[in-house]
Design a protein around this ligand. Structure first.
Ligand code: C2E
Ligand code: MG
Ligand code: MG
Ligand code: MG
Length: 275
């Protein structure tokens, strides 16, 4: 009986694996097509200054407007894009599109930065810095208004290779943010080694900052240490007034989250900025 169960389990597992592989291949081919057919869309989420409530930057977040699927979130396709290397083409499109929008905002007198997520695979391309320089040049978007967000854990893993790139980008005037901060291990000791401008506290700490005193303490510590190192702090995933109040009391610089706004399409952003 046990043996038969084991076999059945094996077959089931095999089928599941095959199904997952097929799904991945389907997504990979889908991404390829989507790049051709321009099915990707950038949404933008406001980041506001906690002291005066002004929108200081917009984070570009990719969506896939996939026929018959609707709007697909990056959580579904980003890992496939990374594994397949398609992230490179996708990333180039994201950077250019975001900078074009940033330039358009500036041309309309808006003093707003644009934050673009960059995966480590993108950052580590030999010519990544040149690519950024080229896009800034082509679009006329000023480097000091571009913020590149890099996920902390991944950056630390590739610390040696990433370091010169970050120095180079900053020398060009580009700002660097450490995304999803706090989810890694040796976070705090690395802070002083990295040429960065901003730390983004991961949403998981913000969620129950009010309920878990340990999380509140972690947030306080990150803010204090960052400020001592002359870094700005953004809290991600702020959803309640209570969280905003807490973060303001702890002298967090900026916040981002559904309390302010969900990510929006370009047209919605224009309307949002009008108010
Ligand atoms: P991220 O950079 O940490 O972006 C923040 C994520 O949290 C976004 O999810 C955003 O929609 C979501 N979020 C913001 N405020 C709230 C809130 O108050 N509550 C909740 N529950 N969620 C909130 P999204 O758009 O699904 O993106 C997921 C991740 O995918 C991003 O995390 C980023 O790592 C990656 N990603 C998105 N766009 C790009 C891109 O163009 N290039 C690259 N390389 N990665 C991207
Ligand atoms: Mg981000
Ligand atoms: Mg994040
Ligand atoms: Mg994230």
């Amino acid at each position: 009986q046990a043996k038969r169960d084991g076999k059945r389990c094996y077959v089931w597992f095999q089928e599941k694996l095959e199904h997952e592989m097929l799904e991945k291949l389907r997504i990979e081919q889908g991404i390829r097509d989507a790049l051709e057919k321009e099915e990707f869309v950038l949404y933008y989420q406001p980041i506001i200054d906690l002291h005066n409530g002004q929108t200081v930057s917009l984070e570009a977040l990719i969506r896939w407007n996939r026929p018959e699927h609707g709007l697909v979130s990056p959580e579904i396709f980003m890992s496939v894009a990374e594994e397949s290397g398609l992230i490179i083409r996708m990333g180039k499109w994201v950077l250019k599109t975001a900078c074009l929008f940033g330039k358009e905002l500036r041309d309309h007198g808006r003093d707003i930065s644009i934050a673009v997520n960059v995966s480590v695979k993108e950052l580590l391309q030999t010519d990544f810095v040149d690519q950024v320089a080229e896009v800034l040049d082509e679009t006329g978007f000023p480097s000091s208004y571009l913020e590149l967000e890099i996920v902390e854990t991944l950056l630390i893993e590739k610390f040696e290779a990433a370091l010169p790139k970050l120095h180079h980008l900053r020398a060009m005037g580009v700002q660097i943010s450490l995304d999803d901060f706090g989810t890694g291990y040796s976070s705090l000791s690395y802070l002083k080694e990295l040429p960065i401008d901003t730390v983004k506290i991961d949403r998981t700490f913000v969620i129950d900052a009010m309920k878990k005193s340990a999380h509140a303490a972690i947030i306080e510590t990150i803010i204090e240490l960052s400020h001592r190192l002359q870094l700005k702090v953004v809290a991600e995933g702020v959803e309640t007034e209570g969280q905003r109040f807490f973060l303001r009391k702890k002298k967090c610089d900026k916040i981002q989250g559904y309390l302010i706004s969900k990510p929006m399409e370009r047209e919605e952003i224009w309307r949002y900025l009008q108010n």
